[in-house]
Design a binder for this molecule. Structure first.
Ligand code: SAM
Ligand code: DTB
Ligand code: SF4
Length: 336
């Protein structure tokens, strides 16, 4: 078994990135096999429960009030709409339902409404994840009491590049929220975005931050920037796909037990690139035709891709009765 370390130096991580591609993905795949079923991919479905008009200035984001992206502002969704979406996600094979809100942080009143949503999602037998911005320790504790399984809060990029992307909150704020989530006993989902014009060193430094947390996040989303018109990062030079795969591989080596999620940006990736990512250690995706405000890989395309690669959806940890993969793959296999 690969050793679980929390003391990676930047030099060591850069040396992994510098390996010949075949050596790197072979090593990552070995680590992957030691710790995971190599043909199982966990599927989460996203829902934006509160869209737009966010006070933060994240340069990549369609939802910041500071960018003119033409996005309609929406209020917090009614409970019934959320439950309906969660039911549909479950029927489509998702094991986890992730709800995102365009907030800097939740107010206590809004948190109560999200807690009701979490209880309903859990009652459907789904794992629940939310991403609501910064949290206090007390808010994290209340979410845990409601049965929340995962909290998503990304570091987004390296501490060095961070100021080029966000100025309205500090890197330290993000680390503090992750600490509050961890202390409350909620599983941590934390990763970042590639393709924002960062350097290779920044990508190594982001992974160093994640891998050297006191405990590795259980879930590590690696997003490829979805370029949204009207955001400052629209028009950024595209990242070399091979460099993206390398980053997945290094994440897998540094955090052997974590789920590495191939997150935003799959719509733009070829099937071959995604196949390489799965080989290099990605074992989780967002499933369903929408992310938060932008499109995701189409369900039919995913079904065909999983069938071509012989991948299956991994099941929820809590509810072994529910065969999530059955409904997702049945048609895919039949189509072969
Ligand atoms: N507002 C909350 C926050 O930022 O903490 C939660 C929702 S926010 C949309 C969740 C994450 O989605 C961001 O941290 C970022 O990593 C990712 N994200 C947002 N827009 C993106 C884009 N255009 N491309 C790739 N990832 C994106
Ligand atoms: C994460 O790392 N990626 C997801 C989820 N966590 C919340 C969000 C991706 C958003 C992509 C752009 C959009 O749809 O607005
Ligand atoms: Fe707001 Fe989150 Fe978008 Fe930043 S990433 S602008 S905090 S919704």
């Amino acid at each position: 078994m690969a050793e679980i370390r929390h003391d990676w130096s930047l030099d060591e991580i850069q040396a992994l990135f510098a390996l010949p591609f075949n050596d790197l993905i072979f090593r990552a795949h070995q680590v992957h096999r030691e710790h995971h079923d190599p043909n199982a991919v966990q599927m989460s479905t996203l829902l934006s429960i509160k869209t737009g008009a966010c006070p933060e200035d994240c340069a990549y984001c369609a939802q910041s009030a500071r960018h003119d992206t033409g996005l309609e502002r929406e209020r917090l969704l009614p409970l019934e709409e959320v439950v309906e979406a969660a039911r549909a996600a479950r029927a489509a094979g998702a094991s986890r339902f992730c709800m995102g809100a365009a907030w800097r942080n939740p107010t206590d009143r809004n948190l109560e409404r999200v807690i009701e949503m979490i209880r309903e999602v859990k009652a459907l037998g789904l794992e629940a994840c939310v991403t609501l911005g910064m949290l206090t320790t007390d808010q994290a504790r209340r979410l845990r009491e409601a049965g929340l399984d995962y909290y998503n809060h990304n570091l987004d990029t390296s501490p060095e590049f961070y100021g080029n992307v966000i100025t309205t909150r500090e890197y330290e704020d993000r680390l503090r929220t992750l600490e509050a989530v961890r202390e409350a006993g909620i599983r941590v989902c934390a990763g970042g975005i590639l393709g924002m014009g960062e350097s290779a060193r920044d990508r190594a430094s982001l992974l160093q931050q994640l891998a050297n947390l006191p405990r590795h996040p259980e879930s590590v989303p690696i997003n490829l920037l979805v370029q949204v018109e009207g955001t400052p990062l629209h028009g950024t030079e595209k990242l070399d796909p091979i460099e993206f795969v390398r980053t997945i591989a290094v994440a897998r080596i540094l955090m052997p037990e974590s789920d590495v999620r191939l997150s935003a940006g799959r719509q733009e990736m070829s099937d071959e690139m995604q196949a390489l990512c799965f080989f290099a250690g990605a074992n989780s995706v967002f499933h369903g035709e929408r992310l938060l405000t932008t499109g995701n890989a189409e369900t039919d395309r995913d079904r065909a891709l999983f069938a071509r690669l012989g991948l299956h959806a991994s099941e929820r940890t809590e509810d072994p009765q529910h065969h999530a993969c059955g409904s997702f793959l049945a048609e895919g296999h039949a189509a072969q």
